[in-house]
Design a protein. Sequence first.
Length: 281
Amino acid sequence: MTEPTTKTQPNIAFIGAGNMGGAILRGLVKQGYPASSLMATGRDLAGLELLAKETGVGTTTDNQQATAWADLVVLGVKPQVMQAVCLDLTQTVQTTKPLLLSIAAGITSDTLLSWLGGKLPLVRSMPNTPSLLGAGVAGLYATPEVSQQQRAWVEQITQAVGQAYWVEKEQQLDAVTAVSGSGPAYYFLFTEALAAAGEKLGLSPELALNLAKATAAGAGKMLLESQDEPAELRRKVTSPGGTTEQAIHTLIEKGLPELVELAAQAAASRAVELAEELKDC
Ligand SMILES: NC(=O)C1=CN([C@@H]2O[C@H](COP(=O)(O)OP(=O)(O)OC[C@H]3O[C@@H](n4cnc5c(N)ncnc54)[C@H](OP(=O)(O)O)[C@@H]3O)[C@@H](O)[C@H]2O)C=CC1
Ligand SMILES: O=C(O)[C@@H]1CCC=N1
């Protein structure tokens, strides 16, 4: 067995560097993480070449080779291919005992470890794509085998691309998925809908989209930077008897809060379903 390393900047292999894994990897490179300590794998050689050119990281189609080199292995493939990827890595990880970091929705640590051949230090993370811009947020859950040093690695990497929050119970990651993992898509949908509404009110498509996008970005910045709670920020836009009041009244009367709750419940339920579907496939 390899001795646990005390490195402060571990070698990190991304097994799959697509939308999410690629966002974290690019975020790390932007934050100055040494490219020589990063490696990405995939099946598409041309895509890997482009990634290597853009970021300077090492690339390979050989998952075992990347895993054997790494102190920390990010499992960044889709849930549906995770089992095959893990089974192929069993011997390597049981020999070198790296820290595993799964970003897959749903799949539990028990299932992942059963595919990886038994006990290993494993963290499950639920990140989101704004990580690409250093504006991500992730929920993290660690299995008992994860050392303090390994927790520190995960925090360092996660905080290089955004905020990191540990959860006590693994199940809570499904709620994190429903709120922040999938969440960017909800805000994008709202922006699309607001832009479409602007068009219907007579704006050009370009202007309507620019207004909706800039408003989402400005509101997001206020949410992060203001001392006020969201409800207070909303109150400050809402003049009594004014225009906002009418819009907010319509959104609430037509059930936006209930709709959001239903959507989040659907996402969390899907995470549970995915875990069940994939457990024995
Ligand atoms: N997208 C998101 O917003 C979020 C996604 N996640 C999770 O991240 C994971 C990946 O999702 P996402 O990034 O969207 O998916 P993508 O399809 O964008 O990325 C998956 C990557 O895996 C690579 N891949 C597929 N098979 C293999 C293999 N056998 N060996 C190595 N690499 C492989 C693909 O590259 P190639 O085609 O070259 O093989 C691809 O780049 C999922 O488990 C998802 O639940 C979590 C939070 C947010
Ligand atoms: O849609 C998905 O399943 C993944 C997980 C969270 C965001 N994207």
